[in-house]
Design a binder for this molecule. Structure first.
Ligand SMILES: NC(=O)c1ccc[n+]([C@@H]2O[C@H](COP(=O)([O-])OP(=O)(O)OC[C@H]3O[C@@H](n4cnc5c(N)ncnc54)[C@H](O)[C@@H]3O)[C@@H](O)[C@H]2O)c1
Length: 359
């Protein structure tokens, strides 16, 4: 496989929380393919059709662990045993609507889970880089027409978004208090950053109330796709885009520990900022059949209408930019869902990564 990181990850011990989930499974596959020793920490996968299950990545990585990030002592014990050098923290309760039903659990997992992972990093002298994954929803959403910049205020209306805003504040605090760049090499040797992606799409995500899984479930069952929030605008991007950004950032943090330990937006270009209806239409077109039905409900739970990320900083300081146009991201996503039943899913993922890297 093309290695755009020049062998950097070969032999590195990399701990990924949330490796059984959608983004974590893709990250683990990519890291494993580059020769990293991947230690995965997560709960059981949600379904037999998840990318983690179908790809079989759990059987290939160095350690495939089931543990709850709400258990701080357990996190420390895992870190102590496996002594990771790089940590990608993705584990979370990531769904807005579910957070209205389970606000306490969402906060426990997202906020205290993140604190527990940072405390495990602090207690383990092998860790040099920590990349904490939050979300574009961590910003105080003013429904504004410009993209959020990294130094915009954190906030969040619903429990999920606000829990991620709270994570950002906790990460900032741990960086100031325990991993301060001015004390690097004297009091600690950790570089800690946070990263915010847009609405991530790609193969193997079957989460409830997310537009792509909703579309595919309906298309597979020959039902119309019901669209709850057709006019909501989101920054859509294929899963490999932010993951490539996280991997690049971690490498830069390793090489220059005090220069990149801050917050970063890994969103798409402006042409991929589209309504839910536009994206669902593109999915149906790429799939080759199906129809959409507007089922907007004026009494629905609050979800942000307009959300965009400003990616000027990652472009100028990291040299990162999205490789895919919106239509390419949709086609790559649909490719997985059209083929997962009939082919070897690990080969499918590796082929998609290879094609992506050649763009
Ligand atoms: N998918 C998106 O559109 C998107 C966009 C922006 C940010 N994010 C963030 O990216 C990360 C990954 O999202 P995803 O879409 O892959 O979610 P996902 O639901 O597919 O995966 C979540 C992972 O977290 C693990 N997990 C959940 N609760 C846990 C707990 N208490 N202890 C241990 N592990 C636990 C699950 O087992 C799973 O492996 C999350 O932090 C999410 O907030 C996702």
């Amino acid at each position: 496989m093309v290695d755009i990181f020049d062998g950097f990850y070969a032999g590195k011990r990399v701990l990924v929380t949330g490796h059984t989930g959608f983004k974590g499974s893709w990250l683990s596959i990519w890291l494993h393919e580059m020769g990293a020793e991947v230690i995965g920490v997560g709960l059981d996968p949600y379904s037999e059709k998840d990318n983690y299950v179908l790809s079989g990545i759990g059987k290939r990585i160095k350690a495939d662990l089931r543990a709850d990030i709400r258990d701080g002592e357990k996190m420390k014990a895992i870190f102590d045993e496996f002594r990771p050098e790089i940590v990608f923290h993705l584990a979370a309760q990531p769904l807005v609507r579910l957070s209205y039903d389970f606000p306490v659990e969402t906060y426990q997992t997202n906020v205290m889970g993140t604190v527990n992972v940072m405390e495990a990093i602090r207690a383990t002298d092998s860790v040099r880089v920590g990349v904490m994954i939050t979300t574009d929803k961590c910003y105080d959403n003013k429904e504004q027409l410009r993209g959020y910049k990294e130094d915009d205020p954190f906030g969040g209306y619903d429990p999920y978004s606000s829990s991620k805003g709270a994570c950002e504040i906790a990460i900032q605090s741990w960086r100031r208090s325990f991993f301060n760049p001015s004390e690097f090499g004297k009091k600690h040797h950790v570089s800690l950053s946070s990263v915010r992606a847009g609405n991530v799409i790609g193969g193997g995500d079957w989460a409830k109330d997310r537009i792509i899984p909703d579309c595919i479930r309906a298309l597979e069952a020959d039902r119309p796709v019901e669209i709850r929030s057709p006019r909501s605008v989101r920054p859509w991007e294929h899963v490999l885009e932010p993951l490539g950004g996280y991997l690049l950032l971690a490498q830069k943090m390793w090489e220059h520990p005090t220069e990149y330990c801050e917050g970063w937006n890994f969103g798409p270009e402006q042409d991929s900022v589209l309504t839910v209806w536009d994206v669902a239409s593109a999915i149906v077109k790429s799939y080759g059949r199906g129809e959409l039905r507007d089922v907007s409900d004026p009494d629905a739970l609050h979800e942000a209408q307009l959300l965009m990320l400003d990616i000027g900083k990652v472009k100028s300081r990291l040299g990162w930019r999205p490789r895919l146009k919106a239509a390419d991201s949709v086609d790559l996503t649909v490719d997985w869902y059209k083929r997962y039943k009939t082919c070897d899913v690990m080969s499918l993922c590796l082929e998609e990564i290879e094609n992506y890297l050649r763009k």
